[in-house]
Design a protein around this ligand. Sequence first.
Ligand SMILES: [Zn+2]
Length: 410
Amino acid sequence: MKSVLCVAVLAAGLWTAKAKDVAGREIAPWQPGTLDIHQISTGRGNSALYIFPDGTTLLVDAGDLARKTPHHTPDRPDGTRPAGEWIVRYIRHTLRHNPRPALDYALLTHFHADHMGVVTDATPMSATGAYRLMTLAQVGESLRFGKMLDRGWPDYNFPRPLEDAAVKNYRAFLEWQSKNNGLKAERFAPGRNDQVVLLREPKKYPEFEFRNVGANGEVWTGVGSATRRHFPDLETVPRADWPSENPLSISFRLSYGKFDFFNGGDITGIPSEGFPQWHDIETPVAQAVGPVDAAILNHHGWIDSMNGFFVATLRPRVWLLSVWDAGHPTWRVWQRLQSSRLYPGPREVFATDLHPATREVILGLDKLASARGHIVLRVSPGGGEYRVVIVDDSSESHRVTRVFGPYPSR
Ligand SMILES: [Zn+2]
């Protein structure tokens, strides 16, 4: 009996030692039961890897910039490879527990370069000859996507036909991968909670849920899987008032036990001057989502995002900011994030790559918990608590620079 106890204690000790993230050491590998959210820093766009408690994997976006200016931070780790290659290498390393790493799901929040990549005559052709290796296609070709979710499949014509080179190339990628590698493309359907599910051990983690919240102006009501259309019938609206790409972004809520996380792509909540109020998509989204533990800033914290109602309603302890541009976040957004009038209690903001000029201009940005590095949100088995692990993005060392938490889930 004693020896059984000893073995049990030893095993528990080993698990803790293995799972422990310590500054200066390589980040601990993902463990079954843990929910990992990796916000990958490339200095060129948005990209995140999610590892669900049973090992099911999800990629959210894989972006790039058409050109870099002094407004942008340098490429991370450096400019010797395109962003897509760095992302693939980061994911391969992070999924090294899997002898054949692949992405069960990929989700493209909206059709902008910093979320899907760029296509020019210089973008290399895929060996298939069917499409060019823009960032998302490069990741999908190297790691294979099981199911691809976007806001436009299959006709890509809302609110107007999407015919630019990047979307055409993306569709060629989908077509080739569907025909030859079994990729399944679907339109993201707001309200549903069965479009992204655990694929390996769903019965083991019944408290896990991926809830589709919004896309294309259609928003979950928060009740069952019901949705409502937030935009008026566009036929009754002057074309000049039609929404741009950002407010059409996909948004979702991920829950694991008491832990809740929100991602809203580049949705907007503050209409540009003179534009109709229904351009505010954050308000109905926040009404459906409610309070969460952690969330990523909408639209990188740009001036048209993060309205007071949205901040006060989600009221997370942890905010993530995917950033590489001196224009993000903007001053008023930063003030709202800090406001104890909007919601009480402590909160931390973690940025992937804050531009030094932004810090010069916006007072108080020294209060950022972290201004640089891959951000890994690590939710413990069962979802009761979580940590934020910052990982060096200046090399492929995967070295932890700082660890925050644990924070109790609410
Ligand atoms: Zn963006």
